[in-house]
Design a binder for this molecule. Structure first.
Ligand code: NAD
Length: 257
């Protein structure tokens, strides 16, 4: 078991990458704190883990709120006695996120509050707990759009993920001597609800697919496997990296037919 005796807190655990990671981490021995704002979906994740013999609790927390982030970390320590893995994964892609000219300020502010400030708050309140546990691993979900211009305009999302990547590097350097590793996970386009709702026409889907050498969207469970590697001691000398799991999209200039 690759996460035996570890406590892992995962935000956005009600769906997509977060849920797949929660199930995988639990199956590798972790006690999981599943965090979400969607109580039904978050509860379902916990039920799935428990039905296969794993350990998990659900905690409602909006990652854009400091008090909620404080509380989710407290829940980990109170229920499972510590925190070793912090997966700041919750994020949104707003349907009205577009180019700089047409994106409204409220869309920008909400996207930044969840995608960027949410990661900051997770670290602000999670790092003291990781210190108390003697160290640990932080994984921040960024995106391939943090390193590559997206062909479908989503200015707020892209800017927020660029921030996550830059913040991750600094966190990694500052906390390296505390036995705390911090890595950004950069998924390529996935066949999850988040992206499929945004690419809501076949034309938009094709516009994205044409750039992916593998010619398909990724699956959430493929990202969960990368997260597991970063969470576990197998990645013990890896910190500050932008870990791309993207079907080759960032390596491509033109894609083969
Ligand atoms: P998803 O929509 O399936 O899951 C996101 C989860 O986060 C949902 O359960 C949602 O309820 C929760 N959430 C939303 N706002 C929250 C908040 N304020 N506080 C707590 N939880 C909140 O999405 P996903 O595809 O699994 O995405 C997970 C992460 O991966 C996001 O950060 C996303 O930006 C990133 N990502 C996704 C893709 C993709 O193609 N799907 C690609 C690159 C990066």
């Amino acid at each position: 078991m690759r996460l035996r005796d570890k406590v892992a807190l995962i935000t956005g655990a009600g769906s997509g990458i977060g849920r797949e990671s929660a199930l995988l981490f639990a199956s590798e021995g972790a006690s999981v704190v599943a965090v979400d704002v969607n109580d039904e979906m978050g509860g379902e994740t916990v039920a799935l883990i428990e039905s296969s013999g794993g350990k998990a609790i659900y905690t409602h927390a909006d990652v854009s709120k400091a008090a909620d982030c404080k509380q989710m970390v407290r829940a980990a320590e109170e229920t499972f006695g510590g925190l070793h893995v912090l997966f700041n994964n919750a994020g949104i892609m707003h349907s009205r996120d577009d180019d700089a000219l047409s994106t409204e300020e409220d869309v920008w502010d909400l996207t930044m509050a969840i995608n960027l400030k949410g990661v900051f708050l997770g670290c602000k309140h999670g790092i003291p707990a990781l210190r108390r546990a003697g160290g640990g691993s932080i994984i921040n979900t960024a995106s391939f759009v943090a390193v590559l211009g997206a062909a479908t305009a989503q200015i707020a999302y892209t800017a927020s993920k660029g921030g996550v990547l830059a913040m991750t590097r600094e966190l990694a350097v500052i906390h390296a001597r505390e036995n705390i590793r911090v890595n950004a996970l950069c998924p390529g386009p996935l066949r999850t609800e988040l992206l499929m709702k945004f690419l809501d026409t076949e034309a938009k889907k094709q516009r994205r697919l044409v750039h992916i050498p593998m010619g398909r969207f990724g699956e959430a469970h493929e990202i969960a496997k990368a997260a597991l590697f970063l969470a576990s001691d197998e990645s013990s000398f890896i910190t500050g990296t932008d870990f791309l799991v993207d079907g080759g999209i960032t390596a491509a200039y033109v894609t083969p037919e």
